[in-house]
Design a protein around this ligand. Structure first.
Ligand code: ATP
Length: 405
């Protein structure tokens, strides 16, 4: 297998390959379809699933969220914001690389010795993509006598968000070159990949009508961004009519809102007995953030009224337990929910359509599972149903694979 499509996500990445039987998402060594976008430096480099254990034990040498920094200049306000989005990327110190981009100082352990090294963020992004290629190569080598290294993909389509500038695209390309990814590397927008994976099989089944175009809105909310796009389908053609984005709205913002609420409850309970602010302590922060994400997921299904939060030894040996009621959660998230309408309205205006012209509104991306997000989308669009016919986690990688085929 030498042709692959990749969804390079902020939180997780997916790789797929198109073959004669359709598109397959390639499972990693742990038989999982999603690969944490994370790189850890220890005795050796650990990437993806292998890096997750280092999140707490090797905190300062574990890097994630590189998608948001790759290709940005160190002084770019977006990079500055992201670097302060602690613990968005890393707890290690940032430096300016000789090329003017953000770099991270990590410690590499070799036996008893420790070596400090500075890795540019684009190289970390390249390492993540290389890892995805290794997953594909290992799969291709299964049951053959050919070494996996000889089956490393030669032709890639990598999906990127539509807010990526040329510089960000070039940064990702440079990262791939640094880590030795050779062959053809093409990019496509994530929303186009989603539309392609929606339309291609429907087109083959002759579900589109030349006289009556099918207009579909795709709403994608992942961990770090929210994109609304509209595509029109007629037989043999996919036309992207509009794409609008809030690049600062995603699941991590919901987690952060809940984390702030947990931290403030903890501080209220233990007050001056605490040795500092919980969100200023990296390990405490990570524990709170993980609990916030878990509570968010608990509250996603319809009918769930509250989420229990139990944090043992959260800080200074104090445990903390609380419960988050769904109404409280929605109130905390209201400022985020209020931002859902803007991109929808702009996308409709740009496409010169109204919601009545839409055949379907397809939702993808992990954060479209959030119950109050779904309800708010229905209210904004004034419709009865959102379509979930696509795999929320895999549609982008599948579309990229189809483009690569
Ligand atoms: P980006 O699109 O910003 O690059 P990504 O592709 O890594 O990010 P996804 O994998 O689409 O993002 O989604 C991850 C987000 O979805 C996380 O914030 C995660 O907490 C959230 N998520 C996943 N499952 C659920 C669920 N059941 N309920 C609520 N949120 C969920």
């Amino acid at each position: 297998m030498s042709v692959v499509g990749v969804d390079f996500g902020y939180q997780s990445s997916v790789i797929a390959a198109a073959g004669r039987g359709g598109v397959d998402v390639i499972l990693n060594g742990g038989s999982n379809r999603l690969n944490p976008s994370m790189v850890g430096f220890d005795e050796c480099r650990r990437v993806g699933e292998q890096a997750t254990s280092g999140q707490s034990s090797n905190l300062k040498n574990t890097i994630k969220g590189m998608k948001r920094l790759v290709g940005l200049a160190f002084d770019d306000p977006r990079a500055q914001k992201e670097m302060k989005w602690y613990p968005g990327v890393t707890f290690a110190p940032f430096e300016r690389s000789s090329g003017g981009t953000p770099s991270i100082g990590v410690k590499i352990h070799a036996g008893d010795s420790e070596k400090e090294t500075v890795v540019p963020i684009e190289m970390v992004a390249g390492m993540m993509l290389r890892h995805m290629g290794d997953i594909a190569a290992a799969k291709a080598a299964e049951g053959t006598s050919t070494p996996a290294s000889e089956l490393f993909p030669q032709d890639w389509v990598v999906a990127i968000p539509n807010y990526f500038t040329d510089a960000q695209r070039r940064g990702l390309q440079a990262g791939c070159e640094i880590v030795g990814i050779k062959g053809v590397l093409r990019f496509m927008h994530e929303n186009t990949a989603t539309a392609l994976s929606y339309g291609i099989f429907k087109d083959l089944k002759k579900e589109f009508d030349a006289e009556k175009p099918t207009n579909v809105m795709f709403i994608d909310m992942g961990a770090s961004a929210y994109t609304v796009s509209i595509a029109t389908f007629i037989p043999g053609q996919l036309i992207v009519k509009s794409a609008q984005c809030d690049s600062e709205l995603g699941g991590r913002d919901f987690d952060m809102a809940v984390a702030t609420w947990i931290a403030s409850g903890f501080e209220q309970k233990f007050g001056s007995k605490l040795s500092g602010k919980p969100l200023d302590k990296p390990k405490t922060y990570l524990k709170i953030l993980a609990a916030a994400e878990a509570a968010k997921k608990t509250l996603s299904p319809v009918g769930v009224k509250e989420a229990r939060i139990n944090l043992e030894m959260l800080m200074d040996d104090f445990d903390f337990s609380t419960s988050l009621k769904v109404e409280e959660y929605e109130a905390i998230c209201q400022p985020l929910l209020d931002r859902l309408a803007g991109p929808i309205q702009k996308a409709l205006e740009e496409a010169k359509l109204t919601s009545a012209d839409l055949t379907a509104v397809e939702i993808v991306g992990g954060s479209t599972r959030i119950g109050c997000v779904k309800r708010k989308l229905l209210e904004i669009l004034n419709i009865e149903n959102l379509s979930t016919t696509m795999n929320a986690d895999e549609s982008v990688a599948r579309g990229a694979a189809l483009q690569s085929a």
